[in-house]
Design a binder for this molecule. Structure first.
Ligand SMILES: [Zn+2]
Length: 226
């Protein structure tokens, strides 16, 4: 599962992550994301190995949650209404998570805690659900973006001062776009000097014919193997 933390909010990183192939993947992600401690993540993975039906159910919930958060957040980023079903699914997940919150006395005041046994396998998802709700109900919602690189669309929170961040990672998608522009300009210049054949069709063709260097596909799933 994902080991890249560029989105700025837990729910967005979760939406960007490669789909977990097993509960152990999910637990590892949650440990690295700080949802639980690494020791808790290992304990949950061990519990999942003992309780396979519950682990399969939690994994299915995680996959569905990932799809609904991604769908809602992408709509937010594109300034269109979210798909009704995705929002309904997120609300269903929220109802479960909210029911698990409780107030606990801490110092002179109270704090929220999650009311769950240590082996409760789906508890990894509750902080993610809360994060999604927090993004959607705060000023963050206006800063949700999808990467502008074609074939990427990873989500992130734009924290730039003027709100013009375009790429999930400048070092990957931003540089790739820069290289693409550079080649396009160079090809169209050489086409012009070779007899003025610089129609837009030629330019498009030339961009597509470039063999990109070694990093391969920029699709998130292929970049995120551990
Ligand atoms: Zn990107």
């Amino acid at each position: 599962m994902a080991h890249v933390w560029t989105a700025g909010r837990l729910a967005l990183d979760f939406a960007n992550a490669a789909s977990p192939g097993s509960y152990a993947d999910l637990a590892q992600w949650a440990g690295e994301a700080g949802v639980v401690t690494p020791a808790e993540a290992r304990a949950l993975a061990r519990a999942a190995a003992r309780r396979r039906p519950a682990a399969a159910a939690a994994l299915m919930q995680a996959t569905a949650l990932q799809a609904s958060i991604a769908s809602v957040m992408l709509a937010v980023a594109e300034r269109r209404p979210p798909p009704t079903r995705a929002l309904a699914e997120l609300n269903d997940a929220l109802a479960i998570a909210v029911a698990r919150r409780r107030l606990v006395r801490r110092g002179a005041g109270f704090v929220w805690e999650w009311n769950a046994g240590r082996d409760q396998l789906d508890r990894l998802l509750w902080p993610v659900i809360r994060s999604a709700a927090d993004v959607l109900t705060s000023r963050d919602v206006a800063a949700v973006r999808a990467c502008a690189a074609s074939g990427c669309r990873r989500l992130f929170l734009d924290g730039s001062r003027n709100g013009t961040r375009r790429w999930c990672e400048m070092a990957v998608c931003g540089n790739r776009a820069k290289v693409r522009r550079h080649y396009t300009r160079r090809r169209s210049r050489s086409a012009r000097s070779a007899g003025g054949k610089s129609s837009s069709a030629n330019r498009r063709g030339s961009t597509h014919s470039i063999a990109w260097p070694s990093r391969g596909s920029i699709a998130p799933s292929s970049r995120r193997q551990s």
